[in-house]
Design a binder for this molecule. Structure first.
Ligand code: GLU
Length: 285
């Protein structure tokens, strides 16, 4: 059953200026919350210290306010919650579901070339499990030497524990979760003690999000998020993945397409109403 009032969120990463696709996505989440009499949350997904910049975060607030959106404050900024992601990782570790991975991109590429086998997952080539069988002594030694490592999920073990899970998208219906498409996915990066998948899943739970709305480009991620929800005993929301806006030549809008940013439209004299309509009409093209 669909609960009547929904808590939705828009969760941009401050890695560039918001474009029309973001406007559509934010308006979509905002409307879903408002029409159900629920809550709308804005969250800043800024765990990547290299790609995220304060000026883009400021621009997010300005652009969304200009578009007429209102959100709850204080806004959750993921970079301020690394300790919570750490706690979740510790829990998965205690369950024996994580292993450290010391591989560089080159190690992984080399192994894939040697094996002649390169299955693809939603986030790229699947990890060939080089570090999974590493003994405790070698792990301790390499950590002792200060070698950087990521933490990976032992997908086979995790799936055995979870059994067959399902999740529900309001448009696409009931889905069987297929998290193994991601292989032994990274849950804590070498440079950040978290990953997009871990942080977003935990945050949606902690913030009481009941309906995850986002673009179809993240549809596959929901298979994995469903598994993480099971492993960490998190609430399971509903999902609604919406179509992506396309640029004039049919390409996906990206942050680098400057002409399509909300602020460039504003600077060119468009009103907020016009930009809202433009976002809607592009979706319906
Ligand atoms: N932070 C993600 C992005 O900017 C979106 C996360 C989500 O909606 O799950 O693409």
């Amino acid at each position: 059953m669909t609960p009547q009032s929904q808590t939705t969120r828009f969760a941009p990463s401050p890695t560039g200026y918001l474009h029309l696709g973001h406007a559509f996505s934010a308006l979509f989440a905002h409307e879903a919350a408002k029409k159900s009499g629920g809550r709308f949350i804005l969250r800043i997904e800024d765990i990547d210290p290299v790609r995220c910049r304060p000026e883009f975060e400021t621009a997010i607030y300005e652009d969304l306010a200009w578009l007429g959106l209102e959100w709850e404050t204080p806004v959750r900024r993921q970079s301020e919650h690394l300790a919570e992601y750490r706690t979740a990782l510790d829990r998965l570790d205690e369950m024996g579901l994580l292993y450290p991975c010391f591989c560089t991109r080159k190690d992984i590429a080399g192994e894939i070339e040697r094996s002649g086998h390169a299955p693809h997952g939603p986030d790229g080539l699947l990890y060939p499990k080089i570090c999974r069988a590493m003994g405790q002594a070698e792990q301790d030694e390499r950590m002792g030497q200060g070698q950087p490592y990521a933490l990976r999920l032992d997908m086979a073990k995790a799936q055995r524990l979870a059994g067959q899970l399902t999740w529900r998208d309001l448009v696409w219906g009931e889905r069987r979760a297929e998290p193994d498409r991601f292989g032994d996915v990274v849950l804590a990066r070498k440079d950040v003690p978290a990953s997009y998948h871990l942080a977003v899943t935990l945050d949606d739970h902690l913030q009481g999000v009941t309906l995850v709305t986002r673009g179809e480009d993240l549809f596959e991620a929901s298979h994995l998020h469903r598994l993480l929800q099971f492993l960490l005993s998190l609430d399971v929301p509903l999902w609604q993945h919406h179509a992506l806006l396309m640029g004039p030549s049919g390409q996906r809008l990206a942050k680098r397409d400057k002409a399509e940013t909300i602020r460039s439209l504003r600077e060119r004299g468009f009103s907020a109403d016009e930009v809202r309509r433009l976002a809607q009409s592009q979706k319906n093209r």
